[in-house]
Write a protein that binds this ligand. Sequence first.
Ligand code: FAD
Ligand code: UDP
Length: 393
Amino acid sequence: MQLGAFDVVVVGAGFFGATIAERVASQLGCTVCVIDRRHHIGGNAYSELDAETGVEVHRYGTHIFHTNSELVWNYLRRFTDFTDYRHRVFTVAQGRVYSMPINLATISAAFGRQMTPREASAVIAAEAGAHGEQPARNLEDKAVGSIGRTLYDLLIRGYTQKQWQTDPRELSADIISRLPVRLTYDDRYFSDRFEGMPRDGYTAIFDRMLKHPNIAVRLGVDFFDVAETMRPQQLVIYTGPIDRFFGYRCGSLGWRTVDFEREVHDVADFQGAAVINYADEDVPFTRIHEFKHLHPERHHALAKTTIYREYARFAGRDDEPYYPINTQADKKTLDSYRTMMPAHPNVIFGGRLGSYKYLDMHQAIGAALKSFEHQVRPFLAGADMLEPMILSD
Ligand code: FAD
Ligand code: UDP
């Protein structure tokens, strides 16, 4: 394969890479080669029909599209219609089921009595206040300081410990900031303006984005095996792991990976919801995905269902990296790699792996649209250097 024949090389067929490829081909009329070392497009958002049950499964775990950005929402709607699916999650702890994220139903259930918003606020404030006012230095401090010890011990500590394989006192407070705490019965997992499931599944979106005469897709190809076929200063959009690009010269960045165990059950409905979390530490998996529930509008003829049990662990270099752990040591390593980037003025490092940031899909697409306007377009118009920018915004 001769990468040098194309105007642009995109490494990774996930949302970041596919968005840039689509824009370059449709807006600039340039040619693009998209390569992925996996044998499918879509990156971690890839979905496929399970041959045994006919249920559309998300091979890398349940993906729910949600965003507040009208720009991103309108962009993606060129390639798909969305259903009105609203995600709701439940957490099992000590044999009982709680609504997640924490809301008035969760608090009432955890304390064993109905509470008004005011009562719930007072109970939580008393527990959180007892924890002290110090600034949150880590995930545990942040969680106990905002929800109190009872809810933290019941629903957060064990789940977080299992998910990150790290003591919550050593994890960044940001991780838990993703979860809201509500003093109403609003039990939606996300509170963004726009939310839904792509009606024909995720892979159909990528098929449509990449179906352009200017785009060639090469699957099962590792960039580093074919990089020598490039031209000097050819534009590369690199969405693989940043530490690998630099040959791990400054060390490996910490990642968490997840393993999924697939099971088919001869029942129409296994658990009654798309995602159920398991908070107790003696339950080895973190959650169970039952994909059928993501598309209640579809008719599933068989009384069968596919579930995935999810197990978390640290990623080695040969594992799929999923979540950046981002310890203080990781931040230092990342800084070292960032100082090496200017030596590659023709490379844009983007997406979740290339920026070492936990990006949701809408953030990956938003960052790609921005990069297209501020970096890719000027570069292809003849600017010799890429304008530096933080790609995760
Ligand atoms: P990716 O999708 O990871 O794509 C990068 C691609 O690059 C991969 O396909 C990889 O094979 C390829 N690649 C890497 N190195 C090379 C190489 N050397 N040569 C060739 N190809 C290479 N987001 C949401 O918005 N909602 C959710 O509900 C949600 N749930 C999630 C659940 C899980 C379990 C996980 C792990 C993520 C979830 N996400 C969710 C995040 C979502 O997956 C990411 O936002 C999205 O995948 C980011 O797209 P990307 O293009 O940056 O990266
Ligand atoms: N979390 C938890 N219990 C739950 C759900 C989430 O303790 O039942 C915590 C956990 O620390 C997790 C964080 O909240 O890492 C963010 O949750 P989110 O659902 O965003 O994680 P993701 O879906 O990205 O794995």
